[in-house]
Design a protein around this ligand. Sequence first.
Ligand code: IVH
Length: 662
Amino acid sequence: MSESVQAEIDQLRGELRRHERLYYVLDQPEITDAEYDALMRRLQALESAHPEFAAPDSPTVRVGGAARDGFVKVDHSSPMLSLDNALNPGELAAFDQRAAELIAGDEFLYAAELKLDGLSMAVHYRDGLLHSAVTRGDGRTGEDVTENARTIRSLPLRVSASWPAFEVRGEVIMPKAAFERLNTERERGGLPLYANPRNSAAGSLRVLEPAITASRQLDFYAYLLLVEGKPAVESHWESLEQLSGMGFKVNVNRRRAASLAELQQFCDHWERQRDSLPYEIDGVVAKIDSIAQQEQLGFTAKAPRWAIAYKFPARQAETVVEAIDVQVGRTGVLTPVARLRPVTVSGVTVSNATLHNEEEIGRLGLMIGDTVVIERSGDVIPKVVAVKAQGVERRAFEIPKSCPVCGAPVMRVEGEVASRCLSTNCPARLKESVRWFASRSVMDIDGMGEVLVEQLVDKGLVRNVADIYSLTADQLQDLDRMGAKSAARIIAGIEASRSRPLPRLISGLGIAFVGERTAQLLAENMGSMDALMTATAEQLQSVPEVGPKVSESILRFFAEPHNRALIERLKAERLVMTHEMRRPATGPLAGKTIVLTGTLPTLSRERATELIEAAGGKVTGSVSKKTSVVVAGSDAGSKLEKATLLGIPVWDEETLLRSLES
Ligand code: IVH
């Protein structure tokens, strides 16, 4: 018994490790999040039933264990130094020249990497296992954050290496998307927002509860490999390749540069492209590649002479808040927006910044007339980070009691930080919701942009999203700046949107808390709009990731007669109202995972798959412990062998066909 448990635990661990690497390091997942979670839960259950098989490198430690009282201070093996900065090409050239002089005429190469904007961490491995992780701290002494670091999925818990002990240094970061998500959640929960991904990465690594770190989707990029406190290979480039080979995540955006010109080119490229990256960078780090030459150059008291940080211009600027306006979004939420005295931030003129909600304004201590620091990051709307100086004539801001667009009463919904316009006919809400419906990631209606939506709503041609489908080319041609050709294109775009899959339509309805992902899960688990409309709270909450808040919001939406009428009209317009269910809950093969192998006497592979899926089963490609049945035809090979080995039942075609009837 315990042997087979041990075997299953080992097998699950191996599988989870492989999927973690595919997902977190290589960005090439093979299974869905739900399938991954299911494997993880199975392993957790086995481990808690059999604590004797616990292991410090089990993937379950990624989920986070018990909280602690505080962090222990630990000395670093060698100081974690900072880098000298070059703020412009001239300073980079000066660095290059100094290095050339010190290297005294020999050739040298640069290893250029992105300077990730996070916090640095040293991770120690012993006998192939992650042993401890320490924050940079003051460079000499840091904090032991081992348990939290273990939850970072891209950080290997065990590696095969040729040294009994080694150390990896790198940067802990929070990807932009995770940061945005976290702040949205915090905003909903009325918690203070993080100013930028770096602060939230630091905050998330230094919490006493590892489970919180686990939920924050941090990432670790390795950039230094040390054995006994020193590099173990001949060049920095090689150590990066070693790290990557050992399973660490090493940034692929790196370059070996043979000259200052090449290095500058790399810097310029990433300065232009920084917004295209999924994480924040604040510059480029250039290191002299050869370790022998690094040794020749040595260190100053605070930084190596063989490396330099080429810093991109700050994306912060100071300006005055001249007014605070209020915008009304598609779910009626009122968002205060700061109108700024225009200011240039890294080449872009900024005159508006979002303030999220009243609470955020309170947290900042902001009043109209104050001088503020604003920050622009990526393509997101600039935000106010701090009040720099109070205005002489400052005025407090208050959320209006009535909607600035339609005049309907505004209410602060219980449990939310946001205030909402209560009228569902508010033109501002309507415009926003039509715009959302037509947008690329939703119904993707070609040609229906902001300007058109504005006119359609103002002219009364569109009073809800169903009206879009009764628009005619003649009506469109009457609008400003609209020719026959563009009208025809928009009509074609509207036609094409009728066949968008159900998840898009659901997310297009603008139900509060139902975004693209939730819409997808709802469609997969409900199978149709009708099922969604008539579902009970209990049925809704059986859908993954749907809790009481989301189900409440869906019920409230469909309780409104005009929303139900809207759906009826969309049905009449022949929009897609059903969706293939992910896992039919019923059917004779429900819950069974089936592998097909060899040639079946009458059924093609495709037909067999169709039949199995229709009966509630799932077809996968490879045999594992999770496989329920292997259906084998003639010339079945290794899959059949493996099934026999694992003791998995083997059916022929006839047995399969009979099982469909039962
Ligand atoms: S090398 C002695 N490489 O920048 C070498 N640092 O100002 C020290 N950083 O504290 C660091 N990306 O937190 C290095 N690719 C990279 C980096 C990087 C970000 C950070 C690191 C360090 C700071 C130096």
